[in-house]
Design a protein around this ligand. Sequence first.
Ligand SMILES: NC(=O)c1ccc[n+]([C@@H]2O[C@H](COP(=O)([O-])OP(=O)(O)OC[C@H]3O[C@@H](n4cnc5c(N)ncnc54)[C@H](O)[C@@H]3O)[C@@H](O)[C@H]2O)c1
Length: 337
Amino acid sequence: MHVSASHVVVSLVENYPNYLIINLDKLDYCASLKNLETISEKQNYKFIQGDICEPHFIKLLFETEKIDIVLHFAAQTHVDLSFWRTLEFTYVNVYGTHVLVTAAYEACVEKFIYVSTDEVYGGSIDEEFDEASPKRPTNPYASSKAAAECFVQSYWERYQFPVVITRSSNVYGPHQYPEKVIPKFISLLHQNRKCCIHGSGLQRRNFIYTTDVVEAFLTILKKGKPGEIYNIGSSFEMSILQLAKELIHLIKKTSSESEMEYWVDYVKDRPINDLRYPMNSEKMHNLGWRPKVPWKEGIKKTIEWYRDNFRNWKNVEKALDPFPVTGHSHSLMNCRM
Ligand SMILES: NC(=O)c1ccc[n+]([C@@H]2O[C@H](COP(=O)([O-])OP(=O)(O)OC[C@H]3O[C@@H](n4cnc5c(N)ncnc54)[C@H](O)[C@@H]3O)[C@@H](O)[C@H]2O)c1
């Protein structure tokens, strides 16, 4: 189960005992039910293994369970992989979303929240994106998320079906499969291996801690307006090279430039790697939400969690392998940012 979604599910199950929370997941290579162990026996929680790309199954699910609200996180998310498995990303992210939103509409769901990404805006040097900024995705993952947004939004335009779209910065924290950049670097360093950096490492990303994202979704559930899009961003931004050095400093306990350089391995860049995704999240601030967890606190908790829980996933070693999935001898496969 994915990073922010597993935390949202745990929070909903624990804090809303009068609601039944159904978690639908295909249990793909990156999923781990261990992330949900604390709630697995709760009366108001139900796990269903299933695929959003199966229309008959999804239709039946809406017919048999009385579902009021849908929070749609399920997706293919590893950007590097999206260059190699482009059609699979389109299939799951676009077709799967279309299947889900259609079934939710037919079942008269009260709210459908589609979890999208800051990457739909494409890269920027100094333009700050707000929700009205055009979508200019540059990689296949972002393109599939942007296309899926169009399908979701069209249900609002056509039928006034109450959809809400969120676009968030990079999430970090416990529960994240170590193919993503922060848990990947942490896990590599824990195993005395070097951090692999795409290109120069000067590309910058905004990071937001998982509990802040949970708060954002609870806010959207209560106050998000139908037909609206909300950026869920943080002002905390650093380059991937800075990130690697920060993690080396914290894990290897060194501030020496030459020692830090030792733990960095520069590899060939992706075909395209957006420079930044600066976002304005004023619309969320107006709903009363702001990120609260300082980087120092969030990253300390994350490092500690991966020390004890790295083996929560089957075949997790593959996530750290420079060529984990395709077997191609190509450094593009190294890290998602
Ligand atoms: N991680 C981030 O930094 C980030 C940032 C912005 C937006 N998002 C969005 O948040 C969502 C979750 O991201 P993540 O990084 O936690 O993802 P992840 O890749 O860790 O998890 C994706 C989950 O979706 C499930 N899944 C995949 N295909 C499915 C299918 N066909 N049917 C049912 N389940 C399926 C997988 O089993 C897995 O549990 C995604 O929609 C992603 O686009 C993530």
